[in-house]
Structures are given as structure tokens and as C-alpha cells.
Design a protein around this ligand. Sequence first.
Ligand code: MG
Length: 139
Amino acid sequence: MVNILLVEDDEVDVMNVKRAFKKNNVTNPLFVCNNGLEALQFLRGDRETGASEMPKIILLDLNMPKMGGIEFLREIRKDDKLKNISVFVMTTSNEDKDKVDAYNLNVAGYILKPLSMERFIEAVSTLNNYWKLCEFPDK
Ligand SMILES: [Mg+2]
């Protein structure tokens, strides 16, 4: 089962993701970083013991302090060890520029954060079905 990294600065959104994982019985190990910089440090070796498996999937917020989602994507896409990670943007930004930038950086999907918890749980269920269907390399 692949590790999932959530990069999100909003504590309520972090809680919502955890809740939606629980509701959908998503049992993938979930790690949380609060901004792009923290996530880069985590991916580049600051991973805690026992969590040393590289995440294959990232759920990425865009608007975050220190380093936002697009800048983070630029960094990982030019890093040979990180460039193949599947990234799903989950954001409140409906800006076309953000969508264009994100897809130019090869995101697997761009999802607007649903307003209701019910819709949020549905969205996570769909994502879970999608990544359960996908095969990922071991390394
Ligand atoms: Mg945010």
C-alpha cells in the first residue's frame, strides 16, 4: 500500500482529509506537511523512522506560507528522485492560471475543495478508487 503525503497549511482541511480517509476506510499511511518547504525537507530525507518509504501520491494545497503548491511542484519536477510522484492538487483556487501551471507541471488532477463534508468524502472516495486501480513501481 503506497504512502500518501498531504501538503496543507489549513488545520481544518487536514482534519477533513483525515476524516474523509476514515469514512472511506482508506488505510494508506498518511503523512502531513504544512507547506512546500516542509514537504521538500520531508521528501529529501527528513522522513521519520518507519516512514522511510517514499510517498507515491501527494495531495497538494496551493496557497500556503513559505512555499506554495506551484513552487513546490516546480521543485519536485526537476528533482530526479521526486519527479515521478503523482500529485493531486486540492485547492480553493478556481484561477485558470493555477490550473494551467499545475497541469504544465504534470499533476494527476486538479480538484476544487468541495464546500460540504459530504461532497468532500465523495471526492476522497473517487480518488481512493482511482489510486487503488493504479499500479505503482516498487521503488
Ligand atoms: Mg492553504
